[in-house]
Design a protein around this ligand. Sequence first.
Ligand SMILES: [Zn+2]
Length: 315
Amino acid sequence: MTTLLVSQSNFADHVTPQGHPERVERIAALEEALHRPRFDALQRRDAPSGDLLLAELVHDGSYLERLRTARPAEGIGQLDADTFISSSSLSAAATGLGGALLALDAVLLGEVDNAFCAIRPPGHHAEIATPMGFCLINTVAIVAREAQRKYGAERVAIIDFDVHHGNGTQDIFKADSSVFYASSHQMPLYPGTGRADETGVGNIVNVPLAAHSGGEAMRAAYLDTIIPALRDFSPDLLLLSSGFDAHERDPLAQLNWQSGDFGWLTGKLMDVAERACGNRIVSLLEGGYDLKGLAGGASHHVAMLMDGATGRLDD
Ligand SMILES: [Zn+2]
């Protein structure tokens, strides 16, 4: 496998208040972990700035204007109880989007097999009309639409293994059978959506997991429910909302997955991508708020993307 790592040089431009879990140090921790010799074979590219107007592919017409209005000239503004926007946040969001679209191009043009984008702010909680849950624009949803618009992809799948339900992604695609969305997430937990009976037009699969259920329940969720549904959908492209906050170290949730569980899950998703869509996977960072847990989970995820089953890490 040839794996692209897209980094975002201006990730620190999106500033959140002191003590906020979605913080600048997250990307620095990932970069340190993915610069170890084990990851020397990664192709590395810096994210260019993307066109924020593409947000209108998934958000309503006044959405960007609302973000621009809420953005302070300096310091940090607030969008809701836990979602913040600083003076340069939109520049960071544009670069995160640009990085994700660069990864999409590289994968769909066959320059690499798959890609991981270490970007922030995250996106999967951002609904059609509402930024929320640390998220400003729904980057993974925009990438799905661009895959369809620019490359003619007919069936795009998004698998979301962040510990929180991706209410925004579900909101955007719940009536669109050309996009499959499946999520495993802790329930009850923020944002409260993601019940198993939320199925869209047959294109949504939600598997709520109980607190403390651990890696075994995760494996059953994927083997019994999500992987068979994904295989049936047979995507042209597989996008991942890769949150690492289901890790046992994470302070915001209690699913208690080990670092190796993220590698196992990645391998199972790669098996489907190999059969359905020529290995094409674009993975975007979402959550993950313990720096060691984030680095550990992402290391196993990326090692598996690079080497398939031989990419298992021991630590
Ligand atoms: Zn999350």
